[in-house]
Design a protein around this ligand. Structure first.
Ligand SMILES: Cc1ncc(COP(=O)(O)O)c(C=O)c1O
Length: 418
């Protein structure tokens, strides 16, 4: 079970410790629910990417969790930022990430976003046939074009992004027209981008996408006399959410891709990788306080003080999780429990069948692998303020996102403005 947790996770005197800090201390000082990130794990993941692809530019998929402190940690490891909104750009800029390490994505960029991307000196990933003209007016100088390689990732359908019917990217014909027009308008079209999908557990479809990319580049050379200098193959590597899940290590996923790219492009091209989940997912653990424990219709329910407002992945992607009791971490499981959130939805179930020692009120539930696409997609459903986030390292914790208050919730209500 501990291998689902961050590198620094330890069980000491029956209690889970993260980054050298006891879970009970974290919950006492910062409250629950609490999202805890392990700095050591984030740095180790970034280094694993750098080792597997030493010449590549590594760009963090900020959508996994936009946070200035995390972006700064990643920037110290040489990682840039993939952003797709003004908000994500603001986080990247606040973290001091230079424009040349920022890629601006999006299937429907506004004029304001294109102008902001240009002012930031970032590279814009062109994703529509009307974008070259709009990007030129916005002052964009450098771009990639997003190709839809027509491959179907083996993952949840909501996070497949490279099949023919995807809303992202352009067909080969469309991408060639965009390259041609953008160059005519004076934009430096530096290269091509694709992103196969997310939570990938095998590399096959990504290798196929590289082959399709090679075919596209041959056409571009023959028809437009254009040769890309940058090949951005997106992110996508999955993480383990449960003990039975089988996901490759970073090196095993990245190395075959880099070898194929080097084989197809023996002349030097700049490679770009855009991992999100695999950089921060396993680094994050959510701590919840257990409240009601009850039997209903033959099911043993355990209710926690959060749920779909801090982690909607079970509802969005049928995501599965496992958990342990952080304060009784050395006790053996003696039952199967349904972990339900506190929200007014029957579907607000975080874990359908968690094996745990019989939980009691006030126990602490630790849910691993909750660092990506959890709080990033959180909400204030039921008027619940979003939890705090802390970063732990070497026995110390610091708040990197403060807990929302009821005042925060009321601030946006127009009835309280006068
Ligand atoms: C264009 C692009 N790049 C990178 C990512 C990051 O993907 P992941 O978190 O699966 O590595 C995404 C997320 O779907 C994306 O859309």
């Amino acid at each position: 079970m501990l291998r689902l947790f961050p590198d620094s996770a330890r069980i000491d005197a029956g209690e889970l410790h993260l980054g050298g800090v006891a879970a009970s201390r974290l919950s006492a000082e910062y409250g629950t629910p609490l999202l805890v990130y392990c700095e050591e794990t984030i740095r180790a993941q970034a280094r694993a990417y750098r080792e597997a692809a030493p010449d590549a530019l590594i760009i963090y998929g900020t959508k996994a969790f936009a946070n200035v402190a995390l972006l700064r940690v990643l920037a110290e490891e040489g990682v840039g930022a993939d952003v797709s909104t003004l908000g994500e750009l603001a986080f990247a800029q606040e973290a001091g990430i230079p424009g040349e390490r920022i890629l601006f994505h999006g299937n429907n960029k506004s004029d304001e976003e294109l102008r902001a991307a240009a002012e930031a000196g970032s590279t814009v990933v062109l994703d529509a046939e009307d974008e070259p003209a709009r990007a030129t007016s916005a002052g964009v100088r450098r771009a990639l074009v997003r190709l839809t390689p027509g491959v179907e990732a083996v993952t949840h359908r909501s996070i497949q992004t490279a099949h023919d019917e995807s809303k992202f990217g352009l067909s080969a014909d469309g991408a060639l027209r965009v390259v041609d027009e953008a160059r005519t308008l004076g934009i430096d079209v530096a290269g091509v981008h694709f992103h196969v999908g997310s939570q990938l557990a095998r590399v096959d479809e990504s290798l196929l996408a590289v082959e399709r990319l090679a075919g596209f580049c041959e056409r571009a050379r023959a028809e437009l006399g254009w040769t890309p200098q940058v090949l951005d193959i997106g992110g996508g590597l999955g993480i383990r959410y449960t003990r039975d899940s089988d996901v490759p290590e970073i090196a095993d996923f990245v190395r075959p891709l880099v070898s194929l790219l080097r084989e197809r492009w023996p002349d030097s091209v700049q490679l770009v990788l855009e991992p999100g989940r695999s950089l921060v997912g396993r680094a994050g653990v959510t701590l919840y306080r257990i409240g009601v424990v009850k039997q209903s219709g033959g099911v043993s329910f355990v209710a926690i003080d959060g749920g779909m407002s801090d982690n909607p992945r079970p509802q969005l992607y049928d995501a599965r999780y496992e958990a342990l009791l952080a304060n009784r971490a050395d006790e053996l499981a003696d039952g199967v429990f349904r972990v339900a959130g506190k929200h007014c939805e029957t579907g607000d179930v975080l874990i359908e069948a968690a094996e745990l020692p019989h939980p009691k009120r006030d126990d602490l539930l630790a849910v691993p692998a909750t660092g990506a696409y959890t709080l990033a997609m959180g909400s204030n459903y039921n008027g619940v303020p979003r939890p705090a986030v802390v970063l732990v390292r070497n026995g110390e914790a610091r708040v990197i996102r403060r807990r929302e208050t009821l005042g925060d919730l009321l601030r946006y209500d127009a009835g309280t403005l006068d």
